[in-house]
Write a protein that binds this ligand. Structure first.
Ligand code: SF4
Length: 282
C-alpha cells in the first residue's frame, strides 16, 4: 500500500470513529505515513494543528484557547470556556445576540452546521416557544421551525390566536443542528444555554412554552419526563430577576404529534391551558 493510500485509510478510520462516537468529525493534524515510514503510534495526532504564535486570539473559535505555557491550541471544555474568560458577552439587542451566535464555535455542533438558527418573532412576545434544536430545513434556511413540525406548530399557535409574526418568538435550546437530528448532548446544551438565557432577558416574554422533553428538561434543569412535566404551569426565574418569574408550560413537540395521534389530545389540553393563562393576565 502506498503512503498516500495509508493516509487516506487512516483519515477514513478516524472520521468513522468520530462519527460513531460523537456524530462529528474532529479536526486533526496531518498523518505520518510518508515514504513507507511507519507512523509513531505511541503519540496520538494532535487534536488541532498548533497555531502560529502570531495568530490573533480574537480570531480563535470560542471553544479553543492557547495554552500559554507551550503555545499549543487546545480544545476547552464548554463549561471551562464559559467560566474562564470566554464568558458570553452581554448582547444589548436580539440582532447583537444573533451576530454572537453566528460567530460561535463553543461546541461540537459548529463544524457541521450550514446556518446558525438564533430564533425569530415578535420582540415583546406573549409566548416564547422553545424547541430543542434546528433540523435539516432550519439548518438550510437559518429559520426556526420551518419544516413539517414548524407548520404544525404554526397551526397549533393559530388555534389559540397566536402567531410567530405578531405575538410569539420561536427559539431553540441549541442554535446549530445536531447531525442526523440526534438529541443535543449535555455539553452542547451547556455551551448554548447562555444564549437562550440572554434571549429571555431581552424578550421578557409573558409566558414560555417548551416544546418537547429536551427543551423542557434543559430550561427547567430537571430530568423529569415530558409526560410528567406537561399539563401544568411551572416557573422559570431569569438570573438576577428573582422577583419576576416567568410562567412555563411544557407540552409535546409538534414532531411527536406528527408521529403519534395519541399526543394530539393532551397537546390540545395544554394549548387551552396556555390560552386561559394569557386571558387571565390580560
Ligand atoms: S450550538 Fe450553540 S454553543 Fe454550539 S456552536 Fe452553535 S451557537 Fe455555539
Amino acid at each position: 500500500m502506498t503512503a498516500e493510500e495509508k493516509n487516506a485509510l487512516a483519515r477514513f478510520l478516524d472520521c468513522a470513529a468520530d462519527y460513531l462516537k460523537d456524530g462529528y468529525n474532529r479536526p486533526r493534524g496531518s498523518y505520518a505515513f510518508e515514504n513507507d515510514t511507519k507512523p509513531d503510534n505511541t503519540a496520538p495526532p494532535p487534536l488541532i494543528d498548533a497555531p502560529s504564535a502570531s495568530l490573533p486570539s480574537s480570531s480563535l473559535p470560542l471553544a479553543y484557547q492557547i495554552d500559554e505555557d507551550d503555545d499549543t491550541l487546545e480544545a476547552a471544555e464548554p463549561e471551562a470556556v464559559l467560566s474562564a474568560g470566554y464568558a458570553l458577552p452581554e448582547a444589548a439587542t436580539l440582532s447583537e445576540l444573533a451576530a454572537l451566535v453566528s460567530n460561535c464555535s463553543a461546541c461540537p455542533l459548529a463544524p457541521t452546521r450550514k446556518h446558525t438558527v438564533p430564533g425569530e418573532g415578535a420582540e415583546r412576545p406573549l409566548v416564547l416557544v422553545i424547541g430543542e434544536g434546528p433540523g435539516a430545513d432550519e439548518d438550510a434556511t437559518g429559520r426556526p421551525f420551518v419544516g413539517n413540525a414548524g407548520q404544525l406548530l404554526d397551526k397549533m399557535l393559530a388555534s389559540i390566536g397566536l402567531s410567530r409574526t405578531e405575538n410569539c418568538y420561536i427559539a431553540n435550546i441549541v442554535k446549530c443542528r445536531p447531525p442526523g437530528n440526534r438529541d443535543p448532548q449535555p455539553d452542547e446544551i451547556a455551551a448554548c444555554l447562555p444564549f437562550l438565557h440572554q434571549q429571555i432577558k431581552l424578550l421578557r416574554p409573558k409566558t414560555i412554552l417548551c416544546a418537547g422533553r429536551v427543551a423542557a428538561q434543559a430550561l427547567l434543569n430537571t430530568s423529569r419526563g415530558i409526560t410528567a412535566l406537561r399539563g401544568a404551569f411551572t416557573e422559570y426565574t431569569p438570573a438576577g430577576d428573582a422577583e419576576k418569574p416567568i410562567p412555563v408550560l411544557c407540552t409535546y413537540h409538534p414532531s411527536a404529534l406528527l408521529h403519534s395521534e395519541s399526543y394530539k389530545r393532551p397537546a390540545w389540553e395544554d394549548l387551552k391551558l396556555l390560552k386561559a393563562r394569557l386571558e387571565e393576565r390580560e
